[in-house]
Design a protein around this ligand. Structure first.
Ligand SMILES: [Zn+2]
Length: 158
């Protein structure tokens, strides 16, 4: 486990015990280089979650896919990468703690929309235009007009 202070690759485990609820192991570690102490948690990955796509095709949940579509929506919007990561992590956590073994891709899309709505309205509209798969430009305009506070941006295409 890499030291968060000096990035040295090796640390020694000084102490190892389960958390109160028994769901994780907490390890106290000490960096072999700078001597800093830090704590890590080891958790069970409970399930392999499947994403249900259109026509009932299924594929394993893949965080990178959410990251990618969010990144496309947020392109050139000057949004902190940290806030984007938080958004994606929040969605992942929501899915992992849902208790379900499957999640519909449209539900993931809805979670991304909820997150982007708060984060950046232009990114929100960009994502929504793909997510809702508008067949007619008119629909999209109608939808866009319901979203307030669209910052200057312009620029058109994705
Ligand atoms: Zn260190």
């Amino acid at each position: 486990m890499r030291c968060p202070f000096c990035a040295h690759e090796n640390s020694q485990v000084k102490d190892s015990r389960p958390t109160e609820d028994g769901a994780a192991i907490r390890r106290r570690r000490q960096c072999e280089s700078c001597g800093a102490r830090f704590t890590t948690f080891e958790r069970i990955q409970l399930r392999d979650i499947m994403v249900v796509k259109s026509e009932n095709r299924r594929e394993p949940f893949n965080r990178a896919k959410i990251e990618k579509s969010v990144a496309v929506a947020c392109r050139k919007r000057g949004i902190d990468q940290e806030r984007i990561d938080q958004l994606v992590s929040g969605i992942q956590r929501q899915i992992e703690t849902s208790g379900e073994n499957e999640v519909h891709s449209r539900d993931i899309g809805g979670m991304v929309m909820d997150g982007l709505r708060v984060l950046d309205s232009v990114a929100y509209i960009r994502f929504a235009s793909v997510y809702r798969d508008f067949s007619e430009a008119k629909d999209f305009e109608e939808f866009a007009s319901t979203v307030k506070d669209v910052g200057g941006g312009g620029g058109g295409g994705a």
